[in-house]
Design a protein around this ligand. Structure first.
Ligand SMILES: *[C@@H]1O[C@H](CO)[C@@H](O)[C@H](O)[C@H]1NC(C)=O
Ligand SMILES: *[C@@H]1O[C@H](CO)[C@@H](O)[C@H](O)[C@H]1NC(C)=O
Ligand SMILES: *[C@@H]1O[C@H](CO)[C@@H](O)[C@H](O)[C@H]1NC(C)=O
Length: 340
């Protein structure tokens, strides 16, 4: 008999938050200026972070943008960036007429001298709106999108006992000529990591197969990645040309434009690995039918430093055509278990 459990002992412990380094990046505490009496200045709740360089090849803020060569002001830009379903925490004006929004200040940016943001705003010449390749960035303190440490398909597979866990495996570069993960599954419909998990499991049924017939059988690796605010990619290995990036680089864009879950960035992919399984032998015969009481002994692979609840999703006993009874269980926080 084979009992399946999910090797997830550490998952719930690894809640190390991918912390925002935004203000550290900006170098110093942002300059909090007295509220301008000019209504075209920064809106209430927004403060100036500073003047940053910006280049077409490596945008400093890049999730959203618009140009208005007649009416651009800081107020208009901050309103634009606040207008999305989940508003962006950073907004910046540039070259007198451009407005850019993002959940983070991209790592490629450098803080420059404030005197370099010296081009009058198209909509109010008494105010400056960035400079030439220089962007004046404001923040309202909205948290950046956050990377979930695990992903699971939104609705369970047919067998409700089978809850696969995908564990965050890092933030990587991607390129059009050498894809980090080979297969795209979104086909124009933006997905978050959970929806991508379902699509990837369905696209690679063998690799994501949960029933392991023998304990020695090794699970085939499988990875998924979310990118560019909702592209879903999937495959058995990462391209060798992919570069590991800081986690914060994958917190540039919220999934489907909603910033409560990060979905990578432009050619930046947040990668999750399908969780390997442990299969162990059960005593034979196992108690059946299901209503026979049983006792679960759990042993942590990595001893938790604090108490961690053990969540059992379900357990199912079933008989296959050969008359053999098999047991399956879905456990969300235990590495090894045994029957007694
Ligand atoms: C920031 O400075 C580095 C080092 O000088 C440079 O390579 C990079 O292009 C600069 N970033 C921008 C957005 O200009
Ligand atoms: C923000 O949304 C409001 C309400 O829909 C709209 O009237 C306004 O024009 C929008 N502002 C910008 C800058 O897009
Ligand atoms: C998946 O597994 C089935 C059954 O073992 C096998 O026939 C099939 O070739 C496998 N498919 C792939 C793509 O490996």
């Amino acid at each position: 008999m084979v009992l399946l459990v999910y090797l997830a002992a550490t998952v719930l412990l690894l809640l190390a938050e991918a912390s925002s380094q935004l203000f550290a990046l900006a170098g110093a505490v942002p300059n909090i200026e007295p509220r301008s009496s000019n209504a075209n200045g920064p809106l209430p709740g927004w403060t100036l972070v500073g003047c940053f360089d910006d280049r077409g090849a490596s945008r400093t803020l890049k999730a959203q943008s618009f140009v208005d060569n007649v009416a651009m002001t800081p107020a208009l830009c901050l309103e634009f960036c606040s207008n999305f379903t989940f508003p962006y925490g950073f907004a910046g004006v540039e070259f007198g007429q451009q407005c850019w929004c993002d959940g983070v200040i991209q790592l490629t940016a450098n803080l420059t001298d404030s005197s370099e943001c010296n081009i009058p705003c198209a909509g109010d010449a008494t105010l400056n709106c960035g400079g030439s390749s220089r962007i004046s960035i404001y923040t309202n303190g909205t948290p950046s999108p956050k990377l979930p440490t695990v992903a699971t398909r939104p609705e369970p597979a047919e067998d409700a006992a089978q809850v696969a866990l995908w564990q965050y495996a890092g933030c990587y570069s991607d390129s059009a000529s050498s894809r980090t993960l080979q297969r795209t599954l979104s086909h124009g419909v933006p997905m978050d990591a959970n929806q991508c998990a379902a699509a990837c499991e369905d696209a690679f049924p063998n690799s994501s197969e949960l029933i392991v017939s023998s304990p020695s059988q090794e699970a085939t690796p499988l990875f998924l990645g979310v990118e560019n605010g909702g592209e879903c990619w999937c495959g058995p290995s990462l391209s060798e040309s992919a570069q590991r990036l800081p986690d914060i680089a994958c917190e540039s864009m919220g999934c489907q434009g909603v910033n409560n879950q990060a979905c990578g960035g432009e050619f930046i992919i947040a990668v999750y690995q399908f969780n390997p399984l442990i299969a162990i032998e059960c005593p034979d015969p196992i108690p059946a039918p299901f209503d026979v009481p049983f006792h679960l002994n759990a042993v942590f692979v990595d001893e938790p430093t604090t108490s961690v609840p053990i969540t059992m999703t379900s357990a199912i006993f079933h008989t296959n055509d050969g008359g053999t009874t098999a047991a399956e269980a879905g456990i969300l926080s235990v590495g090894i278990m045994s029957w007694s």
